[in-house]
Design a protein around this ligand. Structure first.
Ligand SMILES: [Fe+2]
Ligand SMILES: [Fe+2]
Length: 207
């Protein structure tokens, strides 16, 4: 999956990515921690909606959003925030444990992305992912956790906030491009299967 995202990112024209970067920087007044906490709140809301939903298509849509958002979030933390945190604080155990927790979440995200509500274990996988993320977010946000230590450090959280916002916009753009390509590919292959166009249309309408 990571390789696919990189390829899509390379396809993005340099001028487009510069524009995304500057508009993301302009539109955000969030520092790094505010931005990362806002991501946490958004995903928590989607996990709650998933839990109370009875509709398979809604669950599938929510799981998709959760997986994409968490993939982008963990990527910007690992590429930008965590290294800056480690360099500024030398907090080895906080840093290393957070990375290992990301690895566990990514494993489950890959399993969820390759299955769906028809899978008997789908709900269980999403539930366990939500518990893993709850634990991880608590570790990042608690008193004496990574974010508190980052605030006490000399990290430039405003500059990091801009970098995180720019990279997030770029990754989200790549994810959308990947999705469009796969939808177009499905439409092309559907031409040989009379029932497939109807299935694709239903999927597009979210049924
Ligand atoms: Fe986080
Ligand atoms: Fe994290």
């Amino acid at each position: 999956m990571a390789r696919k995202r990189k390829t899509a990112a390379r396809r993005t024209p340099a001028r487009g990515s510069a524009r995304a970067k500057s508009s993301a920087a302009r539109s955000t007044r969030q520092d790094a921690i505010m931005l990362l906490k806002a991501d946490h709140r958004q995903v928590e809301q989607w996990f709650e909606q998933f839990e109370s939903s009875r509709s398979e298509s809604k669950k599938s849509d929510l799981a998709d959003r959760i997986c994409k958002a968490l993939t982008v979030h963990t990527t910007i933390e690992e590429e930008i925030f965590y290294p800056a945190f480690y360099e500024a604080t030398q907090e080895k155990s906080l840093h290393h444990e957070a990375e290992i927790e990301h690895d566990g979440a990514k494993n489950l995200i890959a399993q969820i992305e390759s299955s769906g509500p028809a899978d008997d274990y789908f709900d269980a996988k999403v539930k366990v992912l939500s518990e893993m993320i709850k634990h991880h977010v608590r570790e990042e946000e608690q008193r004496d956790g990574m974010f508190a230590k980052a605030r006490e450090s000399r990290m430039d959280l405003n500059a990091l906030g801009e970098q995180l916002a720019a990279r997030k916009a770029q990754l989200m753009g790549s994810a959308e491009a990947d999705e469009e390509t796969s939808t177009r590919r499905s439409a092309r292959s559907s031409a040989h299967d009379p029932g497939a166009m109807a299935r694709l249309a239903r999927r597009t309408r979210g049924e």
